[in-house]
Design a protein around this ligand. Sequence first.
Ligand code: IPM
Ligand code: MG
Length: 341
Amino acid sequence: MTTRIALIPGDGVGPEVMAEAEPLIDWARSRGHRLETVRLSYGADHYLSTGETLPEEAYADLRDGFDAVIFGAVGDPRIPDGRHAEEILLRLRRGLELTVNFRPCQPLPGLSRQGLHLEVFRENTEGAYCLQGSTEPGRAVDLAVHTEVAVLRLLEVAFARAQARGCALTLAHKANVLKHGHGLWVRVFQSLQAAHPDVPARGMHADALLCALVQDPAPFGVIAADNYLGDLISDLTAAFAGGMGTAPSLSWAPHRPFRCAVLAEPVHGSAPDIAGKGLANPVGMILSTALLFRHLGWESEAETVERAVAAAMRDGARTRDLGGSLSTAGMGAAIRDRLSG
Ligand code: IPM
Ligand code: MG
């Protein structure tokens, strides 16, 4: 069967980093994988010229006619309320029920904190990002909705991963104040703890966790968190491994409700201030593509890409955010030059 992958470069630096991921998809095809890519132009320009964010038919086609999405970034200063970002990216995450957002942090050769292997599992569809609330004169409300089914889905994956790695699992929460929502998280966590007595698992207040992480991230293996805390924690952990430019992510729906059940995207955003200048680091996008290859069962291609990134870094290839002088395209080429096996 042919794997159909939708490419959505989006805004800002999205198209530049996508241009470095696309040759890897062609390379995977050359290695015998039957795949087809379709490039979709949704994003700020499309919205400003047509008024469309992600039209219903396009969304339905993505959901039912594709297996995966590779996403660049959305966000544009011409659309200050971020309406299109919400209706494209958050809609895909929520609509496709991509509950699990996996954000690994493993420093590449030459970066500090060698040996660190932290992984954040962020719930990706609800919590404070449910976009429900109101603004009244002198008062504003944002709701955070947590459902047992999504929390359980996310935590089951986090427990299984900690078990497979033989590492500690920490739940980040603020159940001391967010008694309802995070109270639910703690209850579900405790029920899974009972079912996984071999996983060293504990809950931690997120504020204390952040302090402990900055002091010494080494003891933490897997961290699970709701959408909001996971968003914050994963940017912090990105800083342990080269910063925003190198951090990958993969979102998926473990229960596979639709054909399209996985989305790869770098952790960084659209970075409009550096867009179009060849300054963006493509490593986050390239490593996200490797995570997608692994998810699709293409382990050898995933490993080869990850090894090529590590080899390029070992040889001193760096974009400017890491103190080097390579452009986005130069870094992409340095990585492709080292694909072998
Ligand atoms: C991320 C981003 C997004 C998020 C924004 C662009 C809505 O920060 O993927 O972490 O907060 O989820
Ligand atoms: Mg974020």
